[in-house]
Design a protein around this ligand. Structure first.
Ligand SMILES: C[S@@+](CC[C@H](N)C(=O)[O-])C[C@H]1O[C@@H](n2cnc3c(N)ncnc32)[C@H](O)[C@@H]1O
Length: 177
């Protein structure tokens, strides 16, 4: 896998701030290069950019995108699109195919997604055929399709780095220009 980008649909600024933030944080942790937000919520961008500036890496957030345009451009450039939906084919049956894909856009909804997403996507993929959470769906998918161990990734240029410890908190404060 070369590139993974996450497209968040249906975010309602008055209701979904926390969960969309968690979708972004989870995508960042597990190897996505950035999140495209198909709603206008500059507050989400600021929250996630603050995390990136303190905790490192190059994760980006693009606010208020036109999802059809983003999908079109991604596919024109040769990328594939995986829409996460409990109605899709079950993830274990498609993991190898997703893993062999070079550039993957993962789409997650909040409220009901526009029906055309099912047609625009190359795959509609269920993380188990039961309703649950977009955060869990993103986490399990990215973990299953990862090359190597996604929990051992390093985040360059961090101001703060945690040293894993059996007890207590060990945090290194790194000098940044
Ligand atoms: C909380 S669900 C809301 C679903 C909404 N009620 C609907 O009917 O589309 C929000 C998002 O979580 C993801 N999701 C929830 N359960 C899932 C599952 N079992 N498999 C894959 N994605 C899931 C989907 O991307 C969905 O759009």
């Amino acid at each position: 896998m070369k590139r993974i980008v996450l497209l968040r649909l249906g975010h309602r600024p008055e209701r979904d701030k926390r969960i969309t933030t968690h979708v972004g944080l989870t995508a960042r942790l597990l190897g996505a290069e950035g999140m495209l937000l198909a709603s206008n919520d500059p507050g989400i961008v600021k929250t996630l950019e603050d995390v990136v500036s303190r905790w490192g890496g190059n994760f980006y957030i693009k606010n208020n995108v036109n999802y059809k345009q983003e999908i079109k451009e991604w596919k024109t450039a040769g990328g594939k699109v995986c829409h996460l939906s409990m109605y899709g084919v079950n993830l274990p049956d498609i993991t190898d195919e997703l893993k062999s894909c070079e550039n993957l856009m993962i789409v997650v909804g909040a409220e009901k997604v526009p029906p055309e997403i099912y047609q625009l996507a190359d795959w509609n993929v269920a993380v188990g055929s039961q309703p649950h959470s977009e955060v869990a769906a993103v986490a399990i998918t990215l973990d299953r399709i990862a090359d190597g161990e996604p929990l051992e990734r390093e985040f360059p240029n961090a101001e703060l780095t945690i040293v894993p410890a059996e007890r207590g908190k060990q945090v290194i404060e790194n000098y940044k220009d």
